[in-house]
Design a protein around this ligand. Sequence first.
Ligand SMILES: C[S@@+](CC[C@H](N)C(=O)[O-])C[C@H]1O[C@@H](n2cnc3c(N)ncnc32)[C@H](O)[C@@H]1O
Length: 242
Amino acid sequence: MSMARDWYRSFRRRMIRATRRPRVGAVNLGDLDRLTPVSRDWGFDRGQPIDRLYIERFVARHAKDISGHVLEVSNNDYTGRYGGARVTHSDILHPDDGNPRATVIADLAVPNAELEGRFDCIICTQTLQLIFDFQSAITQLHRWLKPGGVALVSVPGISQISREDMQQTGDYWRFTGAAVKRLFAEEFGEGAAEIEVLGNVLAATAFLQGIAAEEFDEAELFEADPQFQMLTTVRAVRQKVS
Ligand SMILES: C[S@@+](CC[C@H](N)C(=O)[O-])C[C@H]1O[C@@H](n2cnc3c(N)ncnc32)[C@H](O)[C@@H]1O
């Protein structure tokens, strides 16, 4: 009975929020009527940033792909958390010697014969936007996988700039689902990549402000509206015959 009541309340709230339109000049911006964001730290100081919730769910859904020899960018957090005992060897990629945890120093945008065909899985979350030649990076992702290997990738759409990455490597690009679909089809082949686009106007506004995922009803954050693309995820498989 109470579950039905909760569902009805949540449904009613969502219907009101989906259809109510303030008059011109009478929009109440409340706490968002400001020139600085609620959090400059993506929401980490309030809870989990909304893009991290999306990424975590994506990686968790494909946990079985995280097995054998796994390469992850910058750290091996997702490898450890979701790969567990399936992982036989975990490598961390960084483009220079500035990351003491890195075990593979290489630029993802530059061909590297030693790394070709080496990995069963590459976890490349929130990285392609930092690489000016992102097309070459997608080419290397494909080449560095073993045949049958899987790349788990995420890229930002509507998002603030990463100040830290802007200083270190540059923060160059934001992607739409349509672009990602074409880019991965060109490299991995038609049908080899599953693409999902996440976000809606509420999630995107909240994410820009740094309001954390816990501050919302999760179902609302996962109601995708293709007009407000916050994040695109890709699961791409290197075909065995390529
Ligand atoms: C925002 S982190 C992304 C990875 C992290 N695991 C995550 O999910 O947020 C940015 C990292 O991308 C990596 N990176 C940036 N440019 C790169 C390049 N050209 N080649 C390889 N790695 C690069 C660096 O290790 C940098 O720390």
